[in-house]
Design a protein. Structure first.
Length: 364
C-alpha cells in the first residue's frame, strides 16, 4: 500500500480546504508514492518522535500540528524544525499534518473532546461562513435520475444529517442547434422544445470543480446549462468549536475535577466559581479563546479551551465559567482520530500512537 492512499483517506475525512487561512496542513515532507511501512501518530513532530519512527521502521509520521509554518531560504539545522526536516529527508520519512482542517471537520478534534467529556446534542459553535454554493441545472426528464445520483456521489445534497437533498421542478427548455453541433435531441437549425427537470442542490464551495466535472460527464446534452449561486447560509456541518449537553447537571467543582482527571491536566485554570450548575458545555481545542463571545451568546454554562489570555478572564464571572486546560492536553486525543480513520480502512496496516509527550510546558 502506498502512502498516498493513507493521505487520501485522511483528506476524505478532513479536506484541506477546511483549514484556516494561516495554516499549513497537508504534506510537509516526502513523496507519497512510496510504499507505506507503518505510521506513527503524534500531536507534534520533534526529533524524539522521528527517532521513535526510525526505531519502529516506519516511514510515515502523521501529526496534528504542522512541522512547517513558514518558508525557508536555507536548511542548516539551526533549530529543531530544520533538524527534523533534515532527519526526515535523510531517513526517507514522510511527514503529513492535519491541523485546522481536522479542527473544523465533522467528527474532528472538538468532537473527540466532546466524546471524552460525555456530551450529547452536539452543534458547531461557530459554523463556517461563505462556504456553500447552490448548483442549478436542467436535464431531460428521462436522464434526471442519473444526473441527480451523479451529483450526490460527487458531494452535493448534504444538509445536516440528511443527504441526497435536492429540489426538482418540471418545465420546458428550448434551444436551436447550429451547424457543427451534435445535439442529443432535436434537429440542426430547428427550434426544439424538450421536457426538462430543473434540479437544485447544495454543495461545499471547495467541491465545485469536482461536481461540475461529474455533471458534464453524465449530462446528455453537448452543452449542459447550469448555474452556480453563492450562498450566505452558515455551513453548520463544519466550523470552530462545539457546544453540547451533559446527561445530568454537575456542580462547578465536580465538573472541573472530572475535566482535570480526564485530560490529565497538571494545572487547570479557571475564573471565579459562582455556584452555577453545569449542563451546557462549549469547547474548542487548542487556542480557542476567540470563541468566548459565541460560547456566552449560546448560553453555555462553561467554556473549555487550551489557552486563554490573562485579560480575557476579566468581567465574565456572571456570564460563564471559563476553563483553561492547556493546549497539548486539550488536543492529546487527536491521535485516536487518526488511528480510527486509518484502522477502519486499512485494518492490517502497522499503526502506533507515539509514546513521546511533546508538551513543551512543564508543571511543578
Amino acid at each position: 500500500m502506498k502512502i498516498k492512499e493513507i493521505v487520501s483517506a485522511l483528506e476524505q475525512f478532513a479536506p484541506l480546504p477546511l483549514q484556516d487561512g494561516f495554516d499549513n496542513a497537508g504534506l510537509q515532507i516526502g513523496l507519497t508514492d512510496a510504499e507505506a511501512a507503518g505510521a506513527l501518530l503524534c500531536l507534534d513532530v520533534t526529533e524524539a518522535v522521528l527517532d521513535e519512527a526510525i526505531a519502529l521502521g516506519y516511514n510515515l509520521v502523521i501529526s496534528h500540528h504542522p512541522l512547517i509554518f513558514k518558508g525557508y531560504k536555507s536548511i542548516t539545522g539551526k533549530d529543531y524544525v530544520e533538524r527534523c526536516m533534515l532527519k526526515a529527508i535523510k531517513n526517507d520519512i514522510v511527514i503529513y499534518s492535519a491541523h485546522t482542517n481536522l479542527d473544523n471537520a465533522q467528527g474532528g478534534v472538538n468532537y473527540k473532546i466532546a466524546e471524552k467529556i460525555g456530551l450529547k446534542n452536539l452543534k458547531v459553535l461557530e459554523p463556517k461562513e461563505n462556504s456553500l454554493i447552490k448548483l442549478v441545472t436542467f436535464v431531460p426528464n428521462a436522464q434526471a435520475d442519473a444526473v441527480r445520483e451523479a451529483l450526490f456521489a460527487a458531494g452535493c445534497g448534504n444538509i445536516g444529517n440528511y443527504d441526497s437533498c435536492s429540489y426538482n421542478l418540471e418545465g420546458e427548455g428550448t434551444f436551436r442547434a447550429k451547424e457543427g453541433t451534435h445535439p442529443f435531441c432535436g434537429a440542426i437549425g430547428e427550434l426544439h422544445r424538450e421536457g426538462e427537470v430543473r434540479i437544485e442542490t447544495i454543495l461545499p464551495a471547495f467541491k465545485k470543480s469536482a461536481v461540475v466535472r461529474a455533471l458534464l460527464a453524465v449530462h446528455p446534452y453537448e452543452e449542459p446549462a447550469f448555474d452556480i449561486y453563492p450562498l450566505q447560509n452558515d455551513w453548520t456541518q463544519a466550523g470552530s468549536g462545539i457546544i453540547g449537553e451533559l446527561d445530568e447537571s454537575e456542580t462547578e467543582l465536580e465538573f472541573l475535577k472530572r475535566i482535570k482527571k480526564t485530560f490529565e491536566v497538571g494545572c487547570l485554570r479557571h475564573n471565579r466559581l459562582t455556584g452555577r450548575e453545569i449542563r451546557k458545555v462549549a469547547l474548542c481545542g487548542g487556542a480557542g479563546a476567540f470563541l468566548l463571545p459565541q460560547a456566552i451568546r449560546s448560553g453555555a454554562d462553561v467554556f473549555i479551551t487550551g489557552e486563554i489570555k490573562y485579560h480575557d478572564y476579566f468581567g465574565h464571572e456572571g456570564e460563564i465559567l471559563m476553563t483553561e486546560i492547556g493546549h497539548y492536553e486539550s488536543e492529546q486525543y487527536t491521535k485516536e482520530i487518526f488511528y480510527s480513520i486509518i484502522r477502519d480502512l486499512f485494518p492490517n496496516f502497522a499503526l502506533q500512537l507515539s509514546k513521546i509527550n511533546t508538551n513543551p510546558i512543564k508543571y511543578l
